[in-house]
Structure formats: structure tokens, C-alpha cells
Design a protein around this ligand. Structure first.
Ligand code: SF4
Ligand code: SF4
Length: 387
């Protein structure tokens, strides 16, 4: 299977200081010099030659990278599907420049409590995220919220879902993964996620929940396809192997006469050797680093493949509903009890009817925990074609 996704780290800089993330404060990351846009655009051409379909521009906070619009315009003109997950705290100042350039625009948010947000992320940014969501909607974008559940925050996810329903956006809800010593979600937490997944505007990846419950990647029978399916590029123009989170090899990408050697580098023996061993190293035992598993589940066709497809169909349905609501002004969402807007009483019974609402709200580690699904309005069939 050729690589389908590139996780392009544009910068390691970030205006947040999340308690669970070391990307912006790691000494080796601080020293790194970001690439010029021409270098990145040459790499994009190489990714195109390799057959990559989806680009996930990430960081750090990707909106800090000053040439982001220029890079996005180039990526768009090459026909990539473009995903950008960001904090939502910097979006308002460049929203107009970004209109129409991002297929899958995601804002991280796992609490509706301003103080909890601040405690978690080190900045007072909650209102800015809400402003960003509203602004993106008013500009015709179809943004999503990424909410990552920890053993504590899972019990306060309902307010986030309610907020998403009121704003008319989709919530991508997933469990925290094992990185930076994060405590994983317990079985009861996963069950709660499965319960929340039934509500309107909520999308989970059923394959990943099952994988998580089954103990993650097993080195004797690895399910990880991190090297085969995903290309990871650092801000200073290196190919990282086998994945960002556990990379033990950094191969310099070279450029000559306006051409990047990234495609040749990916086919070279060092990368192919790494590819053959993906998911088998000691540190891969029990791995649930989500960033690589959505694409890993695209092959072979086993239960994870099927559950992954089921999740994409649900996501397609939710996105279609978001599109129709935005275009027609119709309200098709079955709101959670307690929502301000109860104008949907005519629709079929809400799955939460008769259930007490949980009090409080969540906090969340969201580092890198974002699915890289294209969010343009597409049918599942069109989506598969794009992949
Ligand atoms: S199993 Fe996890 S740590 Fe190992 S290569 Fe895959 S994503 Fe990286
Ligand atoms: S998790 Fe994301 S937003 Fe938070 S500090 Fe890390 S890079 Fe920044």
C-alpha cells in the first residue's frame, strides 16, 4: 500500500502550554529552524509523485507558521485533501485568508469551562475558540471540534456535545493516547464514549475504540502501518521514522534545481527496512498513538477495517447534515436534554430522553489526537475515491 497521508509538522512553536504536551518546550524542538515555503512546496510535489492524497498540516500550532496561506494555496492547487487542526486561539486574525483552503478545519476543545481551559492549556483562550467556531461557520467553512477524553474529562463531555449541537458543528470524540505518560481511559470510560457516540453531531472511530480496548498494537502481530501509510516531515525538512512520537531516525531531505528528493528517499533502503519492521519495536507494544492508526486500518480488510469504514460513513452523514443545515437553515439535530434550543421536538426521540445529564465539564489532552479525515462534504463512496 503506498503512503496515503503526510503529517507535515510546519512548526513546533505553540502559543499554548498544555499540561500533557512537550512539543513546544522540548530543547531539541526549540532549536529547530522552520523551512521556507519554497522547500515545503517542493516536498508537496514529491508527495504528489508518491501518491499521497491527504495532507495534515500540524505542529505546534500550525497557524503560527507565517507562510501557511502560501503553502495551503500550493497544496490546494495540487489537489490534496487538506486537514488543519489548531487551537482556535489564532484563527480569527487570519480566517479570511484561509477561507476555502482547508477541507478539514478542526479546533481543539474539550471543556466548556473557561477556567478549566486555562488550567489545562496555560492560556485564557476559551472565548477565542468559540469565536473561531462561529467565525468559521459564518465564512462558509464546516469546522469540527476535536475533544479528547481522559479518565477524568470523559465524565464531563456532554456539555461539549451540547455546545457543538448549538453551534451546528461535529465533535470528533476520542480517548487520550499513551504519550508523555498520559493515563489511558479505563474500560468504563470507553463504554461512556460508546454511549456518547449515539448522540447527534458526535463521531467516534469505532475501530480505534475496539483497538484501544484490545490493548493497542501488539509487537508479535503488529497492526501499525505508520511507515507504509504515513509520511512524517519535521519543520526543519527531515523525514522522521518510524513516527513523530517515537522517531529514532531523521533523514535529511535534499533539494536540487527546485526538486525535492523526498519520494526517492521514501523508496530508499533505510526507509524500506524501517517499513518492514513497523510496529515491532519494543516501544510499539500496546501503542495507541492515534495519528497513525486511522490510515493503518485501511489495510488489510479485517474487523478494524470494517469498523473504520462504519465510522467514516457516520462521519459522512453528520457532515452532510451540517451542510444541509447551513445551506437551508433547517434544524435537523436531535438536541441533548437541557439545550437552550428545543425546536426539534418533532424529530424522532432523542437517545438521551429520560437520562439525567452529567454535571460539570471536561478537560482534555488533545496533543495530536486528531483523525485526519477529509471533511469536505463527500459521500462515503467519494471519500473512498479520494483515499
Ligand atoms: S506502533 Fe506506535 S510507536 Fe510504534 S511505529 Fe507505530 S505509531 Fe510509532
Ligand atoms: S497539545 Fe497542541 S496546543 Fe497544546 S501545547 Fe502541544 S502543540 Fe500546543
Amino acid at each position: 500500500m503506498p503512503p496515503i497521508l503526510a503529517n507535515y509538522y510546519l512548526t513546533y512553536k505553540c502559543n499554548s502550554r498544555c499540561t500533557y504536551c512537550d512539543i513546544p518546550i522540548k530543547p531539541e524542538n526549540i532549536r529547530i529552524k522552520e523551512s521556507q515555503p519554497e522547500t515545503i512546496i517542493e516536498n508537496l510535489a514529491a508527495l504528489k509523485r508518491l501518491g499521497v492524497k491527504v495532507l495534515d498540516f500540524t505542529g505546534g500550532e500550525p497557524l503560527i507558521y507565517r507562510y501557511l496561506p502560501e503553502v495551503l494555496r500550493a497544496a490546494k492547487s495540487m489537489g490534496f485533501f487538506i486537514s488543519v487542526a489548531n487551537t482556535g486561539t489564532l484563527y480569527p486574525r487570519m480566517a479570511k485568508e484561509l477561507v476555502g483552503l482547508i477541507d478539514d478545519l478542526k479546533f481543539s476543545l474539550s471543556t466548556t469551562d473557561r477556567d478549566e481551559y486555562k488550567a489545562e492549556r496555560g492560556i485564557d483562550g476559551y472565548e477565542k475558540v468559540i469565536e473561531s467556531l462561529k467565525l468559521a461557520r459564518s465564512l462558509g467553512e464546516r469546522p469540527s471540534i476535536i475533544a479528547t477524553a481522559t479518565p477524568e474529562s470523559i465524565w464531563g463531555m456532554e456539555p461539549v456535545i451540547r455546545l457543538a449541537q448549538e453551534l451546528g458543528v461535529v465533535v470528533l470524540l476520542g480517548p487520550v493516547f499513551d504519550f508523555c505518560g498520559n493515563e489511558l481511559l479505563h474500560k468504563d470510560g470507553i463504554k461512556e464514549l460508546q454511549r456518547l457516540a449515539k448522540f447527534d453531531n458526535v463521531c467516534v472511530n469505532w475501530a480505534f475504540l475496539e483497538f484501544y480496548l484490545n490493548g493497542g498494537n501488539q509487537i508479535k502481530n503488529p497492526r501499525c502501518r505508520a511507515v507504509s501509510s504515513t509520511i512524517v516531515i519535521s519543520p526543519d525538512d527531515h523525514l522522521l521514522l518510524p513516527c513523530y512520537h517515537m522517531h529514532d531516525e531523521r533523514l535529511k531531505i535534499t533539494h536540487e534545481n527546485g526538486k525535492s528528493n523526498l519520494d526517492e528517499l521514501w523508496r530508499s533502503p533505510p526507509v524500506q527496512l524501517k517499513r518492514k519492521a513497523e510496529g515491532t519495536w519494543d516501544y510499539c507494544q500496546g501503542c495507541t498513538i492515534w495519528c497513525y492508526f486511522e490510515t493503518s486500518f485501511l489495510w488489510p480488510p479485517d474487523k478494524y477495517f470494517l469498523l473504520n469504514m462504519k465510522s467514516k460513513m457516520r462521519w459522512g452523514k453528520e457532515k452532510a447534515k451540517q451542510y444541509v443545515e447551513a445551506k437551508t437553515g433547517l434544524n435537523l439535530t436531535r438536541r441533548l436534554p437541557g439545550s437552550k434550543d428545543k425546536s426539534v421536538a418533532k424529530l424522532p426521540a432523542n437517545p438521551m430522553s429520560g437520562v439525567n445529564q452529567a454535571a460539570g465539564c471536561g478537560t482534555c489532552p488533545t496533543a495530536g489526537a486528531s483523525p485526519e479525515s477529509p471533511s469536505e462534504l463527500v459521500t462515503p463512496v467519494e471519500f473512498s475515491r479520494k483515499l
